[in-house]
Design a protein around this ligand. Sequence first.
Ligand code: COA
Length: 373
Amino acid sequence: MSAPEIAKGLAGVYLDYSRISKVFEDTNTLTYYGYPVQDLAEKCRFEDVAYLLWHGELPTSEQRAAFIAEERAQRTVPPALFDVIRQCRATSSHPMDVVRTAISFLGARDENWGDNSPEANLKKSIRLFAHLPMIVAADHRIRKGLELIAPRDDLDYADNFFHMYFGKVPEPEVVRCFDASLTFYAEHGFNASTFTARTIISSLSDIYSAVTGAIGSLKGPLHGGANEAVMHMLLEIDSPEKAQQWIDDALSGKEKKLIMGFGHRVYRNGDSRVPHMTRYFHDLAKVKGGEKWVEIENILSTTMTEKKGIHPNLDFPVGPAYYMMGFDIPVFTPIFVMSRITGWTAHIMEQLEANKLMRPLSLYNGPDQRIVP
Ligand code: COA
């Protein structure tokens, strides 16, 4: 009998059907329920995209009004959550650890945690979506010793986050760029964190456990943590004059060096979201005087594409965009969570519709059976 084939990293394995998103190869376009993400980013606000991911259709004006009202009504988190965040501050925890702990805490407080009906899980999804900007902003302000800022229910999701984080809403170009990044980050099939969420819910656990696990997966630099790693790399390079030497050295070194913000398991000819996000990033750089990041990125991306045939991924333009907006670098991945919560929860509900426990096999390569001495 021939040995079974091992699919390391599950590369190339189709695990299940999903109707939520697809990259159409002929146009190299990521779509949510058939809509190209770049068109969603251009024509919709992020709230519409969240609704689409949960319902499969964009909202009518009445549905939109009801959804926005429901989200805004849930922006206030239980006050005990701030104590949890303050406790975490005593350590050198990464903000992703705080976000993960906060979601776990909310799950432990929800008497209805075990109700996995679609109605209950949709309600919980909207609540987590509404709470997350406050969690991220509160952790930031507590770390800095700043007063917390209450949410405003007259502001859109992105604007309200800026308000709670900085105390003001910036220029429209900045909000546009941020809102577009949330749309681009919202969903991407069976990526590592979404697969983690689906695996956890497949045991009929609960939505909080699944989201907590997904956050842990997203934190890693090969996944969501790459947006932070990109900015650390750009700061290390520091100036366009040093960029060519830096990338040449990195590629010619004895040890293989990963260039953060490049490569993707799914896209081999370039991440379809990058040209669109790059346009927002360039517009932002003009407003914020960040042309040097644009120049450095051009040098890195030209060299990586020409020398290695490896293209930038979404984290490449997003990292410096968030930096120019003024966010602290360790907050970049928590912002990703504020967006991907929509995709994760849509997948959790889809998994429950036709569930099968995840249970792959491993091919044993340990010692033969032996006697305990
Ligand atoms: N920098 C340098 N080399 C890279 C690279 C990068 N960012 N991404 C891939 N490669 C190289 C690999 O070393 C490998 O080389 P080899 O064939 O000589 O061993 C080759 O390209 C193929 O890559 P592979 O490991 O098969 O890709 P993968 O599908 O397993 O990994 C990522 C995909 C995303 C994990 C990988 O590209 C990576 O680590 N990127 C940097 C982190 C990042 O930006 N993550 C965000 C993803 S959205």
